[in-house]
Design a protein around this ligand. Sequence first.
Ligand SMILES: CC(C)(COP(=O)(O)OP(=O)(O)OC[C@H]1O[C@@H](n2cnc3c(N)ncnc32)[C@H](O)[C@@H]1OP(=O)(O)O)[C@@H](O)C(=O)NCCC(=O)NCCS
Length: 156
Amino acid sequence: MPVAPAIRPPRTPAEWAAYYRLRYAVLRAPWQQPPGSERVPADDEPGTMHALLLADASLAANATPEALAVGMLQPTGAGQGQIRFMAVASAAAGTGLGSRVVAWLEEQARAAGLREIVLHSREAAVGFYERLGYVVVEPSHTLFGVIPHFLMRKEL
Ligand SMILES: CC(C)(COP(=O)(O)OP(=O)(O)OC[C@H]1O[C@@H](n2cnc3c(N)ncnc32)[C@H](O)[C@@H]1OP(=O)(O)O)[C@@H](O)C(=O)NCCC(=O)NCCS
């Protein structure tokens, strides 16, 4: 019987490709951003943690990995980390995967001794983070000229 996929960092080049493919599809393609715009230098910095949840079918031998949910945590100094690039495949949205990814990243943050998480939430996702205990601090940037963001924080 297949084991339900756990959240963990990508392990193979094919899993890394699946990870960035979902980021691009959810967070960049709808705004016609160029391929590559889904990656940032912080992705490769030591200390950055990546969360990947694969589709069940990805567990079959020789299957091409397919990401259902991804997220990243970047330590930003002084006991603080930032969650970035949260994305859930549209077909799997609203089924609890985003919450699981945030909870996993928070666990990693605690284990790394971090005491606070901040993030810049898209306006449409503020309610999602509020349900997970995050509080709006102030409005932040507007992405691609059209997506207002809000700085949010949570003490661990
Ligand atoms: C925002 C996102 C990460 C949420 O992940 P998800 O797996 O769909 O959310 P969950 O199923 O874990 O939802 C958890 C709770 O938040 C609620 N929720 C989910 N998305 C919400 C939203 N956009 N606004 C308000 N509430 C939301 C759910 O109804 C659920 O509530 P419940 O616990 O009362 O049932 C995901 O929908 C997504 O990738 N959206 C597009 C990209 C995006 O906006 N990313 C965040 C960038 S800052």
